[in-house]
Design a protein around this ligand. Sequence first.
Ligand code: AMP
Ligand code: TRP
Length: 327
Amino acid sequence: MKRVFSGIQPSGNLTIGNYLGAMKNFVRLQHEAQCLFCVVDLHAITVPQDPAALRQNSRNLAALYLAAGIDPEKSIVFIQSHVPAHAELGWLLQCIAYYGELGRMTQFKDKAATKDVVTAGLFTYPALMAADILLYQADLVPVGEDQKQHLELTRDIAERFNHRFGDTFVVPEPYIPKVGGRIMSLENPEKKMSKSDESQGAYIAILDPPDVIRKKISRAVTDSDKEVRYDIEQKPAVSNLMTIFGLFTDMTMEQVTEHFAGKGYGQFKKELAEVVVDGLAPVQARYQELIATDEVDRVLRTGAERARDLSRQTLATVKERLGFLAE
Ligand code: AMP
Ligand code: TRP
């Protein structure tokens, strides 16, 4: 059985970009692979976090995983900092990764450009991400388009280690959806939809109430002319909205185009809003149930135990291959 690993940072306010680009695939993959889904709190602290908010966000994200349909009987759901092997292998792989290749990471360059202070952790972040994946010998990593470069670096690190120290790591493949791998901002179709956007109108949060979703969609930018037509070059804003519609209804772009033939933007946006509201409603309802109970906490305890068990062997092999004296 194939092994799958993915993670999301608990930095609050997950968007439908996270949902359509990553989480929906997590749910799909758990039927055909052994999956680990992680709340990557060690990654979150590469930028300043309020401690109380981080704790809350970590638990909430775990609840959202379950609410989105991840079945804890099938998949392992856990918090990254509960499994010390992540930090440990992360350090070892920092000593395999090159300064130059980390400096070429576009996510680092983009984030560093907007910050007054840049932590060393923000720079070495991709080595920790490689550790997350390689620790479990994952074959497949479902992520959005923006993580492709990090996955390539992970593969390079794995190959380099295997070459120098003997076959140790499975070299993982990215699993990026062809449609939905990059959902764009509602206010600027040149920009990725991001939970850290300073303007709340740019994104729809998975937990946004129906009226907020309706308002954001009615204010979303569109393109010139009145036609609902899929054309990334000429009509990036409408194409992005059509992608969202297609993903929530399981319709192809041809079907969406046909459905809205002869209808204007007003009608399109109205239907889109209802489709998004209805699509998120069951996730929101389940989420509210879950955060009120201790089910999440139980799932996380079991998840951490299972992840710790699975991580032990790889870490031991790595340390032995590197030449560390046995305890
Ligand atoms: P992050 O919020 O950066 O931890 O991202 C969690 C997951 O969501 C990663 O797999 C990202 O690639 C994916 N993701 C984030 N934003 C988007 C987006 N706008 N479109 C598609 N996928 C996204
Ligand atoms: N870097 C990812 C993001 O920002 C989160 C992440 C950390 C991750 N470790 C991972 C994703 C391992 C996939 C696999 O979205």
